[in-house]
Design a protein around this ligand. Structure first.
Ligand SMILES: *[C@@H]1O[C@H](CO)[C@@H](O)[C@H](O)[C@H]1NC(C)=O
Ligand SMILES: *[C@@H]1O[C@H](CO)[C@@H](O)[C@H](O)[C@H]1NC(C)=O
Ligand SMILES: *[C@@H]1O[C@H](CO)[C@@H](O)[C@H](O)[C@H]1NC(C)=O
Ligand SMILES: *[C@@H]1O[C@H](CO)[C@@H](O)[C@H](O)[C@H]1NC(C)=O
Length: 243
C-alpha cells in the first residue's frame, strides 16, 4: 500500500516536471544558436542577451535615440568626418583603397565614414545599419548583409564590439568582399567599449582565427573615437576547397 502510494507520487512528480519542462525543451530546440558560441579567452560574448530579438531591440534603442541622432548629425558630423577621411587617406597611400573601390561601411549609423569616403573621391560608397539614413546608409543587419557574394573591394567597420555573433559578422564580410578585397576594422583592445557592446575583445588573435579566408595585412595603433587598434585583412584569391 505504502509502496504503491510512493510509486504514484513519483509518477505524478515525473509527469508534472515533464509537462513543465516541455516548453523549455521546445524553446531550446527552436531558439537561435547559443549566444555564447564564440566565447574564447580573448573574445567574450556579453551575457544578458536572452534572444536575438532582445539584442536587436537594445541596438535599436541606441540607434533610434533622438538625442544621439541629433549629436551624430550635427556636432559629431564635422568633428568625425575629417578624422575618418585621414584614416582612409592613409589606407589609400598604402594601396589598400582606391577612388575606384566599391566600398561598404558596416554599422555606419548616420554615415559619417561614408561621407568621408565620398569626400576623398571614393564615390561608390555606402553604409549599412539597422536604421537607414538615405542616401548614405541603407538598411541592413551585419549578421546577414543584404548583398551578393563578391560585391565589395573595401569594407570598413568600427562596430565589431556590437556583434552578438562575431563569426557571422566576419563570415558576411568574407562573403561579400571580392577576392583580394580589403577589410579594415577599428577595435578596442585595451579600453572597454560601451554599454551597448555585445562582446569584448582582448587581442587580435580571435579575429585572425575568424578571418579564415583572408590574410592579415597589418595591425597598428590608432586614435579612433575610443577605438585603439586598426586591423586589416585581405581576402584570399582562392577559397580553400572544402572536401
Ligand atoms: C529602450 O529605452 C527605453 C527608454 O530609454 C527603456 O525604457 C527600454 O527599457 C529600453 N529597451 C531595451 C530593450 O533596452
Ligand atoms: C567622383 O565624383 C566626383 C564629383 O562628382 C568626380 O569629379 C570624380 O571624377 C568621381 N570619381 C570617380 C573615381 O568616379
Ligand atoms: C581621387 O579623388 C580625389 C577627390 O576627388 C582626387 O583629389 C584625387 O586626385 C583622386 N585620385 C586619383 C588617383 O585619381
Ligand atoms: C556565397 O558564399 C557563401 C559562403 O562563401 C556560399 O556558401 C554560397 O554558396 C555562395 N552563394 C552563391 C550564390 O554563390
Amino acid at each position: 500500500m505504502k509502496i504503491t502510494l510512493t510509486k504514484q507520487f513519483i509518477l505524478r512528480c515525473f509527469l508534472i516536471s515533464f509537462f513543465l519542462s516541455t516548453p523549455l525543451i521546445f524553446l531550446h530546440l527552436f531558439s537561435p544558436q547559443p549566444i555564447t558560441n564564440t566565447t574564447t579567452k580573448d573574445l567574450r560574448i556579453r551575457p544578458g542577451y536572452t534572444s536575438y530579438e532582445n539584442y536587436i531591440q537594445r541596438q535599436l534603442n541606441k540607434t533610434l535615440n533622438p538625442k544621439l541622432r541629433k549629436i551624430w548629425t550635427t556636432r559629431d558630423w564635422n568633428r568625425k568626418i575629417p578624422v575618418f577621411a585621414r584614416f582612409f587617406e592613409e589606407l589609400k597611400e598604402k594601396n589598400l583603397l582606391h577612388n575606384t573601390s566599391k566600398a561598404l561601411c558596416i554599422g555606419a549609423r548616420v554615415g559619417q565614414e561614408v561621407e568621408a569616403l565620398r569626400r576623398i573621391g571614393v564615390n561608390d560608397s555606402v553604409g549599412i545599419d539597422l536604421v537607414p539614413y538615405p542616401p548614405l546608409v541603407v538598411k541592413g543587419d551585419f549578421h546577414n548583409q543584404p548583398f551578393a557574394n563578391d560585391t565589395f573591394d573595401f569594407e570598413f567597420s568600427n562596430v565589431f564590439d556590437h556583434a552578438l555573433y562575431p563569426n557571422k559578422f566576419v563570415g558576411e564580410i568574407e562573403r561579400t568582399l571580392k577576392p583580394k578585397g580589403v577589410c579594415v576594422l577599428h577595435v578596442a583592445l585595451s579600453r572597454r567599449a560601451d554599454k551597448y557592446s555585445a562582446n569584448d575583445l582582448f587581442s587580435v588573435e580571435p579575429l585572425v582565427e575568424m578571418f579564415k579566408n583572408s590574410d592579415l595585412v597589418h595591425v597598428r595603433s590608432v586614435d579612433g573615437f575610443g577605438l585603439d587598434t586598426e586591423v586589416v585583412f585581405r581576402k584570399k584569391l582562392k577559397q580553400p576547397r572544402t572536401l
